[in-house]
Design a binder for this molecule. Structure first.
Ligand SMILES: CC(C)(COP(=O)(O)OP(=O)(O)OC[C@H]1O[C@@H](n2cnc3c(N)ncnc32)[C@H](O)[C@@H]1OP(=O)(O)O)[C@@H](O)C(=O)NCCC(=O)NCCS
Length: 172
């Protein structure tokens, strides 16, 4: 059965993500999960078998296309169609809201690419670029606030425009 993840099962979902190798030290899966459940354009879907949480997928959209994150199936439930069913449910959720879906797969996860190709997904002729917004060398935190249209480039203490910041670490 696939439903929205009940909040009381968040710890189980994060444990599943750890076990499935989806977490990285520079990401906070609890915070990711909270934001996805709280936001109006995202959610986390959960597959259960009896009482057991056996799979998850996070879905969200930006108004143009949808994204999939944290697709995970418990190891002993793999190769039984749970992953396919989760992606189908994610596509239904997103398809009611936006016309396209995509996802990122880490370069060392050939199995996930093979899985998604079985489901009809294809590599896109696109380069994904990214940077962090929350830290700079672990020193400066950018306080969350509503951007203003008058925002210009950040200035140094002398008033000169600041050059591009060096990304701290990889991480998606
Ligand atoms: C990827 C994952 C979600 C697949 O879940 P699953 O429940 O085993 O997948 P399904 O049983 O629904 O498989 C669907 C199809 O993909 C194929 N498939 C599944 N895993 C595959 C693999 N490792 N290599 C090749 N094909 C695979 C299945 O054979 C099936 O094909 P078919 O229906 O045409 O026979 C699961 O292996 C997993 O949790 N992996 C660890 C986490 C991860 O890497 N997530 C993706 C992050 S981008």
């Amino acid at each position: 059965m696939i439903t929205t993840l009940p909040r009381e099962r968040c710890a189980e979902a994060v444990a599943l993500w750890h076990a499935a190798g989806l977490t990285r030290p520079w990401n906070d899966p609890d915070a990711d999960l909270g934001r996805a459940l709280d936001g109006p354009s995202s959610t986390v879907l959960a597959a259960t078998a009896g009482e057991r949480l056996v799979g998850t997928v996070m879905v969200g959209h930006d108004g143009h296309r949808g994204w999939l994150y944290y697709l995970a199936v418990a190891e002993e439930h793999r190769r039984r169609g749970v992953g396919r069913a989760l992606v189908a449910a994610a596509e239904r959720w997103l398809g009611a809201r936006v016309p396209k879906v995509q996802l990122m797969v880490r370069d060392d996860n050939a199995a996930a690419v093979a899985f998604y190709e079985r489901l009809g997904y294809a590599r896109q002729d696109t380069t994904v670029l990214g940077r962090r917004l929350d830290t700079e060398g672990g020193v400066e935190r950018v306080a969350p606030r509503t951007p203003d249209v008058s925002d210009g480039p950040p200035l140094t203490s002398t008033g000169a425009p600041r050059g591009p910041r060096r990304p701290r670490r990889g991480g998606r």
